[in-house]
Design a protein around this ligand. Structure first.
Ligand SMILES: Cc1cc2nc3c(=O)[nH]c(=O)nc-3n(C[C@H](O)[C@H](O)[C@H](O)COP(=O)(O)OP(=O)(O)OC[C@H]3O[C@@H](n4cnc5c(N)ncnc54)[C@H](O)[C@@H]3O)c2cc1C
Length: 303
């Protein structure tokens, strides 16, 4: 029996492992895909305080080494269910079962991709899923944002204050986003809306240079020259397996307090899988520290 089982080896889960281990708790870390989570796809991180520039892969490697040096046990297994036995929990994986006094869910989320050829190759070479992370790389340049929800509009607003020109591409003529922010964006001189169009293909090698747009009505194809394309078509958490022990919002994020507590004693949440407004490294590691500290308190109370 471990003191804490952490589901997910991204920045939130690794930080939870760091804090839990340093507070004397025995820790099992479960990871289903790649250690380090989403940040391993970031070519350059420039907004982690105290670290002016680091590749996402190096950030993840260093954090992983720091955690493993503390004796954290790692199992490369996907968690598929939690069984609540009151004073302890059983985490069922595709490969077995593990018991722990507390469980921290840190399963993150994934940005939805367009699914276009070469999209993955161009990540960090003009394709981005996060304006706050990468917008500064395109200062005074021409960029496009694709999407029609609040996050697409917010990304475009953010970029409009940095970039020379911002195109907003949306397949429909109406927006799901709040009309107040759509109107604010439409009022800006350096923003142009291209509605009724989808992106057909991406051009440029090794970096993005342009995109081919197809009109939904006429099927006509036109070319738009851009230095970057910010894809803002949604974020997908995957937490259904952990219901009913945790409550999900309408988008599938887990509802939990700032300290990571959920509606089930002994089950905590950290990182991008939690319902919150800012999904970044800083907030993920902050959540990890909070959840591990809450788990420690819960284990102390149970002794
Ligand atoms: C391309 C890109 C660039 C980014 N750049 C920046 C940046 O410059 N600055 C910044 O602050 N943020 C950046 N971010 C955002 C940042 O990476 C995330 O906010 C952060 O990784 C969230 O950490 P997390 O641990 O909550 O989730 P994740 O990083 O998503 O990690 C969750 C982990 O859990 C694992 N997992 C999921 N389900 C299960 C399961 N059932 N069982 C076991 N394991 C599971 C996943 O495989 C994953 O490894 C970027 C994101 C992307 C995609």
């Amino acid at each position: 029996m471990k003191d804490v089982i952490i589901i997910g080896g991204g920045p939130a889960g690794l930080t939870a492992a760091l804090y839990a281990s340093r507070s004397g708790q025995s820790v099992l870390l479960l990871e289903s895909e790649n250690i380090g989570g989403q940040i391993t796809a970031a070519p350059l991180v420039e907004n982690f305080p105290g670290t002016p520039q680091i590749s996402g892969m190096l950030f993840a490697d260093q954090l992983f080494e720091q955690v493993m040096a503390l004796g954290v046990e790692l199992a490369l297994e996907k968690a598929i269910k939690i069984i609540d036995q009151g004073d302890h929990k059983v985490v069922v994986t595709e490969d077995g079962r593990h018991s722990g006094r507390a469980v921290i869910i840190a399963t993150g989320a994934k940005h939805r991709h367009l699914g276009l050829p070469r999209e993955n190759d161009l990540i960090g070479q003009g394709i981005s899923y996060c304006a706050v992370c990468d917008g500064a790389f395109y200062k005074n340049r021409t960029v496009a944002v694709v999407g029609g929800g609040n996050s697409a509009i917010c990304e475009a607003l953010f970029l409009s204050s940095i970039c020379h020109k911002v195109f907003l591409i949306h397949r429909r003529d109406t927006f799901r986003a709040d009309s107040s922010i759509v109107n604010r964006l439409a009022s800006l001189d350096n923003v142009t809306f291209i509605t009724g169009h989808v992106i057909d293909s991406l051009e440029g090698d090794p970096a993005l240079q342009g995109i081919l747009l197809r009109s939904v009505d006429t099927n006509d194809v036109s070319r738009l020259e851009v230095d970057a394309l910010f894809v803002a078509i949604g974020h997908a958490p995957d937490n259904r397996a952990f219901e009913p022990h945790v409550t999900l919002d309408e988008e599938g994020y887990i509802i939990a307090s700032e300290d990571g507590t959920t509606n089930t004693p002994g089950i905590f949440v950290a990182g991008d899988c939690r319902k919150k407004t800012v999904r970044q490294l800083t907030t993920a590691v902050g959540d990890g520290a909070n959840a591990a500290t809450s788990a420690w308190g819960c284990n102390m109370n149970a002794v």
